[in-house]
Ligand binder design. Structure first.
Ligand code: AMP
Ligand code: MG
Length: 412
């Protein structure tokens, strides 16, 4: 059995990042990966501006602590700069957030700190040079990078590019991912179950998870447990896809043909990882395509997708892999664990009295989707770790799409 970290390093060495790129409009770039460095075409903000509503003054020569009086001579609104300039320390120009700082001014006195009587503004507040002023280029200087090649384009980053007036961005092409199920027992939803049959859930799970990725998915249906058919289907798909993902048929049963077919028509790079769930994971290549033979048990399929297929897609797309954010948490209840394999336990994490606590969702059988349905994290139990007890400190990895709502009644 291969150590999971070593397996991942072997996998990473097999991935050759895509070279093809395309230009897409900014609005279509969410979730894609930047294929070039992007410099800011303008300074941001493009001019010195006020950070607050108030009065622009020249702070030099003002009495720092005492009362100050100004004659208000003009106003500067966002998009409508003042005509006048500040020539002395007894003049002020009314300014609003985002408005151009009038010529000759270098500080903004907050509106709340000022008594206004006609055109006369009075304040006792301290006034310091630069206060409440946003300088031209403070957010980003023209020519410096707003995005490096290999960066995933989140809505947060793209907003910054939008603020720079960028209309389109060059991104990596979408990888093509072909997804198969295997097994004579599987039927599609909508068909009544005959004896011994079950519904195919893995293909659904994989296609659903792949929606978060910048890929085109090819739904290749379900393959019977017949080596000739598996072979024909995989060969054909390898010519059209960058990644092939199957589930089932990689264990040691008599109907498990997938692995031997891959050995025949391609290369099997590794098989059997010291992982729970997910031990029978098989990784190889068929032609130019990467091949993932995921274990058939539905929980194993999802876990091996998260740990191996998802990051391989990111690497293929030329992405720099971000380090995982592991959350330290206090364990509620215990977890039985025998040494030898690293285990990813479905759990529910919550914050209570400012402490992050986590509990396993229940029976961790690799067929039990019920205990995945309730989970928001995977608790990582190391290969050298024995049983865990109530109150032990553990690490958990948050599952995507379950962050919860930041402001809600009753939050600690
Ligand atoms: P296998 O490795 O092919 O023996 O599969 C292991 C277990 O996972 C068996 O109980 C299969 O019936 C089940 N399984 C395999 N593929 C799927 C699938 N696509 N959807 C649901 N269960 C599956
Ligand atoms: Mg099977």
């Amino acid at each position: 059995m291969l150590n999971p970290d070593l397996a991942f390093r072997k996998l990473a060495a097999l991935v050759e990042p895509l070279e093809e790129t395309e230009d897409v409009a900014l609005a279509d770039a969410v979730g894609r990966v930047a294929a070039v460095d992007v410099p800011a075409p303008v300074d941001l903000p493009p001019f010195d501006s006020s950070a607050m509503d108030g009065f622009a003054v020249n702070a030099e020569g003002l009495d720092f602590d005492g009362e100050k009086r100004f004659e208000v001579i003009d106003r500067s609104l966002a998009g409508r700069p003042a005509n006048q300039e500040i020539k002395d320390s007894s003049s002020a120009i009314r300014v609003f957030t985002g408005a151009v700082m009038p010529r000759g001014s270098n500080a903004v006195v907050l509106q709340e700190d000022v008594d206004l009587d006609g055109d006369v503004a009075r304040t006792e507040a301290r006034v310091q040079t630069e206060q409440n002023v946003r300088h031209r280029g403070q957010d980003v200087r023209r020519g410096s990078l707003v995005c490096k090649s290999g960066t995933p384009l989140t809505a947060y980053r793209l907003s910054w590019l939008a603020a720079c007036g960028i209309e389109k961005v060059r991104v990596k092409r979408r990888a093509r991912v072909a997804v198969f199920s295997t097994g004579d027992e599987l039927v599609e939803a909508g068909t009544p179950l005959a004896e011994g049959q079950i519904y195919d859930s893995n293909r659904f799970a994989l296609l659903a998870l792949l929606r978060e990725k910048p890929v085109d998915t090819l739904d290749m249906g379900c393959l019977p447990d017949k080596p000739a058919e598996v072979r024909k289907a995989l060969e054909r798909a390898a010519a059209n896809a960058d990644i092939l993902v199957t589930s089932g048929g990689v264990s040691v049963g008599t109907a498990d043909y997938v692995k031997s077919v891959v050995e025949e028509i391609g290369t099997l790079d590794f098989w059997k990882i010291a992982l729970k769930p997910g031990k029978p994971l098989a990784v190889g290549r068929i032609g130019d395509a990467l091949f993932f033979g995921l274990p058939g048990n539905p929980v194993s399929t999802i876990v091996t997708y998260l740990l191996f297929v998802a990051p391989a897609i990111d690497l293929l797309g030329g992405q720099d892999l971000a380090p995982p954010i592991m959350v330290p948490a206090v364990l509620d209840g215990g977890i039985k664990h025998s040494r030898g394999r690293r285990e990813y336990v479905r759990g529910v994490m919550r914050t209570e009295d400012r402490v992050v606590r986590v509990a396993a969702t229940g029976d961790q059988g690799s067929n039990r989707l019920a205990t995945f349905a309730d989970a928001n994290c995977l608790i990582v139990v190391g290969e050298d770790c024995g049983d865990l007890c109530e109150g032990d400190h553990v690490q958990a990895m948050v599952l995507s799409g379950v962050a919860g709502h930041p402001i809600r009644e009753g939050v600690a």
